[in-house]
Design a protein around this ligand. Structure first.
Ligand code: SAH
Ligand code: SF4
Ligand code: F3S
Length: 475
């Protein structure tokens, strides 16, 4: 079903490049006077999608002539890219913005920008207007591609600029610059937005409807990433399994994976997130046959209780989830599995919770991300009766972590003595195993061996294990 997303025209993108050039000229003048280029600081809260967005913002800032800095004290422009998924993420971002008021008093010329999911919520502009006068520019997820224009307006005399406008159907903007961190890992967004409206979740409200990038744009970006030396590439979307549903061309996520697997080069493809309601046998068959696709699956189940899943509007049962895992393992016996879980959803009983704990113990995940339910205003779950106390929820959370740690440790121990292919990606803090690497399944390995090189694949034998890390030596 095509959605009525807006594909931003190349003419509009060209306009944004003009704004970037205007600012670059202003920055050249500043650099002449000061003897150094103006600097920009960025900070990201939230998921990989937000990190990918920040890399686009960093690309635009670079094009505008800003040098990167890690210190807010040195920055001419500060951009904080926010998340709204849980209250904690919001309070951290707002806390950081609050702390910038001193800096703004000392250096009123610094431009403070706040963007991303948190500010896209309806009530936010008012709150920022009233309580955070140090913020100069606020732009939501739909206005990201207009950042150069908005910054230009602020720099050339506009009062505080707020832009959280935009159609919830959403935008696709191709051709803007991206500045990645270098190294081995890269994010590659294949689609934006979400249509699922899980009842606890704010994402569909702040990211708009699902929209897929054209396959040829994705192939092209992957080719460039491989040419630039990236070897560990993660395809991003809130629900990659519904890739292509909004395109005219008949293509689904498995077809896309097959096309990307054809791109020449020595690299690994990962993807996240998969939704159990749309994960198909075809996907697992495809993963099993594509040599560049990592045998790794992040498949969040959220709860092991069917009544809770129903109230969450997840669209599958715990039994269906078990079947999917069994099928994936039958095709890829060594597959690495991870999941997200919410504890303390409104109305969750002791019995519901035990079903979640049983599922965790039963499946044997390699990694788990467990969250305490956080009420998000505007979502249906925020209106559901929720009479379980915080203390009870916290106690459940801790019990689940214990089960989770036991099962994860058992999975880690099973790697003892095994030989694994890893991609060496950085330096560790230890001396005995001085390098870090990732297995195909995405597990962290601290490793040693004179022949190991950052950015290259190698074979290691696992000598010992801990909950969060395997330790290996090259063979
Ligand atoms: N699109 C992904 C998840 C994106 S949000 C998916 O559907 O799997 C990442 C995780 O945050 C979710 O999987 C969920 O476990 C958690 N989460 C989302 N909203 C939450 C809330 N209101 N409270 C607690 N955790 C939440
Ligand atoms: Fe949120 Fe559900 Fe969409 Fe994931 S699939 S982003 S949990 S609404
Ligand atoms: Fe991601 Fe947070 Fe937005 S999880 S999509 S940055 S609300």
């Amino acid at each position: 079903m095509p959605n009525n997303k807006t594909v931003v025209s190349q003419e509009q993108i060209a306009h944004q490049y003009e704004y970037m050039q205007f600012i670059a000229r202003m920055n050249e003048d500043k650099a002449q006077v000061r003897g150094q280029r103006p600097k920009a600081f960025t900070q990201t809260f939230g998921c990989q999608q937000n990190e990918a967005d920040t890399q686009r913002i960093a690309g635009m800032l670079d094009e505008m002539g800003y040098e990167k800095t890690d210190r807010t004290e040195d920055a001419d422009v500060i951009v904080i890219n926010t998340c709204a998924v849980r209250a904690h993420a919001e309070s951290r971002a707002l806390g950081n913005v609050g702390a910038l008021s001193h800096l703004k008093k000392a250096r009123p010329e610094v431009t403070i920008c706040l963007c991303g999911c948190m500010v896209q919520q309806e009530h936010m502009p008012d709150k920022i207007k009233k309580s955070y006068p140090q913020v100069d520019l606020v732009f939501g997820t739909h206005a990201l591609w207009r950042f150069p224009e908005l910054l230009y307006r602020r720099l050339t005399g506009d009062k505080r600029v707020f832009d959280i406008s935009g159609d919830a159907a959403g935008y696709i903007a191709e051709g803007l610059p991206v500045l990645r961190d270098g190294g081995t890992k890269a994010w590659l967004s294949i689609m934006y937005g979400c249509n699922n409206f899980c009842t606890y979740c704010i994402v569909p409200y702040v990211r708009g409807r699902e929209r897929s990038r054209a396959p040829e744009e994705i192939v092209h970006e992957l080719e460039q990433l491989v040419a630039d030396g990236y070897k560990d590439i993660t395809l991003l979307g809130q629900n990659v399994n519904s890739y292509g549903k909004d395109l005219d061309e008949q293509i689904d996520f498995s077809d896309l994976l097959m096309r990307l697997n054809e791109v020449p080069g020595d690299f690994l493809l990962r993807f996240m997130t998969s939704h159990p309601k749309d994960a198909s046998h075809k996907l697992f068959d495809t993963m099993a046959t594509c040599d560049k696709v990592a045998k790794q699956l992040h498949l969040p189940f959220q709860s092991g209780s069917d009544t809770v899943l129903k109230r969450m509007n997840r669209g599958y049962t715990a039994e269906h989830y078990r079947e999917l895992i069994a099928y994936a393992r039958s095709k890829m016996p060594d597959i690495s599995l991870s999941s997200d879980i919410i504890v303390g959803f409104p109305g969750e009983t002791e019995e519901d919770f035990e079903k979640t704990r049983t599922l965790v113990a039963e499946v044997g995940f390699d990694m788990l991300y467990t969250f305490l339910y956080s009420k998000r205003s505007g979502t249906p779950a925020a209106e559901m009766p929720d009479d379980t106390t915080h203390a009870v929820k916290q106690a459940r959370f801790e019990r689940l972590l214990k089960t989770q740690d036991e099962t994860v440790q058992a999975r880690q121990d099973a790697y003892q003595g095994k030989r694994l292919r890893v991609l060496v990606d950085g330096m560790s803090k230890g001396t005995e195993y001085p390098l870090t690497a990732r297995t195909e399944g995405g597990l962290l390995v601290c490793c040693a061996g004179d022949d190991l090189k950052i950015g290259e694949f190698a074979d290691v034998e696992i000598e010992k294990t801990s909950l969060r890390c395997l330790f290996g030596r090259s063979v």
